[in-house]
Write a protein of this length. Structure first.
Ligand code: NAP
Length: 249
């Protein structure tokens, strides 16, 4: 009798997670469950089984891994989703179920880029010069420190609307990546942006703003990634497919 398919839990919320799920569901050796945090009301479709919402910390994640008979966890969350990645690494250490991380490479500064490097959101908000017109692309959950700066104008781009009031010195753009370099150039010019604030997310879908800033000589405040704990990583969906094939064959 053939073996039951091995159950793979993908911690998702990224383009790479969706691509990985799409590749794995076609393979009869695997059953794929993607977990979404539930931050987006209208998430893009994901192949295979999907569950939504937090697990309830490390304990809840360990329980889920046990009850769903997960053979392997792939942490394909955003490079800045440090909490869930830390939880996944701990749950793996405590259950013995392997957790591999799929993490896209960082963007690397070129000679033509004007970046200042900061460690976190608070440092980024402090780094902006008084009187600046800042395009802030850090997500709606982390815009508060920028809104607190009364001496700058904030153009905050996000996917979902804010659930708090917008201060007078700020405006919101609702849009979902990908964005081309041309679109981003137009945005920087139309809103007379003097500084761009970005996480070093990596990947192509939001790199257009970095290229447009380079083209226009607009300085970028680049927020570095949090330190992650996973020992086994792949930087591409292809690389992760190889790792999974080797591990679960
Ligand atoms: P986070 O701070 O690392 O996680 C906070 C809590 O949200 C976790 O402790 C967990 O709750 C829950 N959670 C996060 N991701 C989950 C998932 N895939 N499945 C189930 N529960 C999850 O994460 P975040 O920065 O809020 O990001 C949430 C999601 O949005 C992630 O899936 C991430 O890939 C995506 N995202 C994040 C960013 C970003 O800049 N942070 C950008 C784009 C997309 P419990 O402790 O209750 O399990």
């Amino acid at each position: 009798m053939p073996n039951d398919p091995a159950c793979i839990l993908i911690l998702g919320g990224t383009r790479e997670a969706r691509e990985l799920a799409e590749r794995l569901v076609d393979d009869a050796r695997f059953h794929v469950i993607t977990s979404l945090a539930g931050r987006t009301g209208d998430p893009e479709p994901v192949a295979g089984e999907v569950r939504v919402g937090g697990f309830g910390g490390v304990t809840g994640l360990k329980e889920f891994v046990g009850s769903a008979r997960i053979a392997l966890v792939v942490d394909a969350t955003h490079p800045f989703a440090a909490q869930i990645s830390g939880n996944a690494a701990l749950a793996s250490a405590e259950t013995g179920v392997p957790c591999f991380q799929l993490v896209r490479p960082c963007w690397v500064q070129t000679a033509d880029d004007r970046w200042s490097h900061v460690a976190d959101i608070e440092a980024a908000a402090k780094e902006i010069s008084s009187g600046a017109r800042a395009l802030v692309t850090v997500g709606r959950q982390e815009v508060a420190p920028f809104f607190a700066r009364q001496d700058i104008h904030v153009v905050a781009r996000m996917i979902e609307p804010l659930d708090t009031n917008l201060p007078d010195h700020a405006e919101i753009i609702l849009a979902r990546p990908p964005f081309s370099q041309q679109q981003e150039r137009r945005l920087l010019e139309d809103r007379r942006i003097t500084v761009l604030v970005s996480k070093n997310s990596g990947g192509g879908a939001t790199y257009g703003k970095i290229k447009a800033a380079r083209e226009l000589g607009v300085p970028v405040i680049m927020i570095g990634r949090p330190v992650m704990r996973s020992s086994t990583t792949a930087s591409s969906v292809d690389g992760m497919m190889t790792l999974i094939g080797r591990t679960l064959d």
